[in-house]
Design a protein around this ligand. Structure first.
Ligand code: PAF
Length: 276
């Protein structure tokens, strides 16, 4: 496995590889990431991973400085997973002083849901992913469905910019208790974790209700909210949206994303389930 820290070295090493599948990450790898690495192999003979906590996607009051950076463990996990190339730049390498400002945005999709609660977040994600795609020039890129809005926005961005990257969407991995895997789960105390599981319970209860024939989303949303509120978890939003337009849906007639964002203590969690 080759580990590089500069754009020049990354470009040089990438040139030596043929068809390449790429997984951008902020590190703090968990089994969800490892499942993306394994799926990547099915899309290309070579796999590249970036480990970069991207400052431009964090708001001023968010957890950028305390975001976990277990670089040695992350590198060992990449190596064990058979990753060929790891790009681990510094913030100064990715955002060199004097570089012109650039905004990459998909306005119709970035200002709603997460975008309402994390101002500027998706502009930061779009910018870093565009830069990473330009440096690594992957043939395929893999993203988890847990961040379904991110995946939808990046897919739209790739389409609008005519980027020659196949976007691969991978299912959310859950721990045995049902909690969606996330690097931020490591902030949760045992007690927080019990409270966080109300999000999972709410989503699966709504899915069960839908399977019993309830299609009005106000009923499904109330079902999701109930266990969360009982645990005194602060809800940012619970929504039922179209997977392509991300617009609210009133009655389920086709694939619908049930999405939740909530704060358990200081930890902000998101999760979703697609019902159809
Ligand atoms: O999903 C993430 O971890 C990040 O948003 C990404 C795509 C690596 C961009 O920094």
């Amino acid at each position: 496995m080759i580990v590089v820290h500069t754009l020049a070295a990354c470009r040089a090493e990438r040139q030596k590889l043929g068809r390449l599948a790429f997984i951008p990450t902020m590190g703090a790898l968990h089994p969800g990431h490892l499942s993306l690495f394994a799926t990547a192999r099915k899309h290309a003979p070579h796999v590249a991973v970036s480990l970069f906590v991207n400052p431009t996607q964090f708001g001023p009051t968010e957890d950028f400085t305390k975001y976990p950076r277990p670089i040695e463990t992350d590198l060992a996990l990449c190596e064990a997973a058979g990753v060929d190339l790891v790009f681990n730049p510094s913030p100064e390498e990715m955002y060199r002083p004097g570089t012109p400002d650039l905004v990459v945005d998909v306005p119709g999709l970035t200002s709603i849901l997460e975008g309402k609660h994390r101002l500027g977040h998706f502009k930061g994600v779009c910018l870093i992913v565009t830069k990473l795609f330009n440096i690594i020039r992957p043939d395929a890129a893999l993203f988890g469905q847990k961040d379904f809005q991110q995946l939808r926005i990046l897919t739209a961005m790739v389409e609008a910019l005519d980027l020659p990257v196949e976007m691969v969407s991978c299912p959310t991995l859950r721990d045995a208790d049902g909690l969606a895997m996330s690097s931020r789960n490591r902030y949760l105390s045992a007690e927080d974790r019990v409270r966080a599981l109300s999000i999972t319970r709410g989503l699966f209860a709504a899915e069960a209700e839908f399977k019993r024939g309830i299609t009005q989303t106000n009923r499904l949303i109330a079902t999701i909210q109930k266990p969360i509120l009982e645990q005194h978890v602060n809800i940012d939003y619970v929504a039922a949206v179209d997977p392509v337009t991300l617009k609210n849906i009133e009655v389920v007639t086709g694939p619908t994303v049930l999405a939740v964002a909530a704060r358990v203590g200081k930890t902000r969690l998101i999760d979703n389930l697609v019902i159809a």
